[in-house]
Design a protein around this ligand. Structure first.
Ligand code: NAI
Ligand code: MG
Length: 364
């Protein structure tokens, strides 16, 4: 039996409720399929602050670093809105991303046929949509120095953010995008603004070179990021994998999210560098939504984003392709069968709570 170590961080709000549904699936895979998952749980966010006075303890950080994959549900809530800035719930998330060097953020936008009618777009534009946005997560204008607001001699002030990308940062994110494309539709579209930004021109050059040297079998196209935003809304099914920088990726992935219906349906993965000794990548999986304090503790949260994140975890961290496919098919099945949590409810469907939805997926 293989050993697969998973570190679960349920966090705050609806986090523990949706985590319980993934635990059911893990237990099922261990019992029925000998999957060999070894699960530990820790504290992050407000729940860690309440116990340890920090957003994640050093002990839990060490356990996260040692695990094959980290699984985080959500952090935050009004209870912790006034805690000191350094220990606010999000600090736990940022610490994990930084220490694990998670430079590649994967945001799939999948539109299940059963939910196509609830998209912001016409159903025929999104039905069957399956795209993957690969966003650079640790560089670019969110982190570049100088980053400051300075006083000028003339009494005015000046705000400065700096977009910085080094060769290696673009090489590694491009490589991840090309590798992922090979497991899907074999197409990558790279988005930047080479017409007005040096960093855009450089991004374009490095992606083109990496493609030529190592991934010539994958189809590569380039698009200006603003045009890309338009195309995502006009004809999203033209894309397979989109690779872009931190800022554009932040915006484009939120645009793509709205193509698919509900926040409660969207999974994500963040991948780090490959360990040359083991070939394994550090990885953290999390739903895109937050801790939904408005519905926490009521047993009505949608667990599907969390469950879909676990499918990504099996696919990318454990190469359990058949199991990941089966779990994604089960999600699609329960939607076809008409099961809905409140956030995706529509007329004539069967309303279920968090546990009811988890059980339906397990049955499927
Ligand atoms: P949110 O995503 O928690 O909630 C937005 C709306 O969507 C709410 O009405 C909520 O009830 C609903 N919703 C979200 N997930 C749902 C699910 N699985 N099932 C059913 N309905 C769902 O975003 P909001 O309200 O802006 O933030 C709430 C808290 O979450 C804040 O403290 C915020 O800082 C934190 N947050 C944490 C994130 C993370 O842990 N990665 C990401 C975004 C927000
Ligand atoms: Mg965003």
């Amino acid at each position: 039996m293989s050993h697969r170590t998973l570190f679960l961080l349920p966090g705050d709000g609806i986090g523990p409720e949706i985590t319980a549904e993934v635990v059911k699936i893990i237990d099922f895979l261990n019992d029925k399929a000998g999957a060999g998952f070894e699960v530990e749980q820790g504290l992050v966010g407000g729940s860690a602050y309440d116990v340890h006075g920090v957003a994640i303890s050093e002990d839990d950080m060490a356990r996260a670093m040692a695990a094959d994959a980290v699984f985080l549900a959500a952090v935050g809530g009004p209870k912790w809105d006034s805690v000191p800035y350094e220990v606010r719930p999000e600090a736990g998330l940022l610490r994990l991303r930084k220490d694990m060097q998670l430079f590649a953020n994967l945001r799939p936008a999948i539109c299940y046929s059963a939910l196509a009618a609830s998209s912001s777009l016409k159903p025929e534009l999104v039905e069957g949509l399956d795209i993957l946005i690969v966003r650079e997560l640790t560089g670019g204008v969110y982190f570049g120095e100088p980053k400051e607001i300075i006083d000028l001699d003339n009494g005015q002030q000046r705000a400065i953010d700096t977009q910085v990308y080094d060769t290696y940062e673009i090489e590694r994110i491009a490589s991840v995008a090309f590798e992922l494309a090979r497991t899907r539709g074999n197409r990558v579209c790279s988005m930047e603004k080479r017409n007005v930004m040096k960093s855009g021109l450089f991004w374009n050059q490095v992606v083109t070179r990496v493609h030529k040297e190592k991934f010539a079998d994958v189809e590569l196209s380039h698009m200006l990021a603003d045009a890309g935003g338009m195309q995502l809304v006009r004809a999203p099914k033209q894309f397979d994998v989109i690779v872009t920088d931190n800022l554009f990726g932040d915006m484009l992935s939120d645009v793509a999210a709205m193509l698919t219906g509900s926040l409660g349906m969207l999974p994500s993965a963040s991948l780090g560098a490959e360990d040359p000794a083991t070939g394994k990548r550090k990885a953290m999986y999390e739903p895109v939504h937050g801790s939904a304090p408005d519905i926490a503790g009521q047993g009505i949260a949608n667990p599907l984003a969390m469950i879909a994140s676990f499918a990504m975890c099996m696919r990318y961290s454990f190469n359990m392709i058949a199991e990941a496919d089966a779990l994604e098919a089960a999600i699609s099945d329960v939607l076809e069968q008409g099961y809905r949590t409140g956030d995706i409810m529509s007329e004539g469907c069967k309303k279920v709570g968090t546990a009811g939805m988890g059980d339906a997926v397990l049955a499927a």
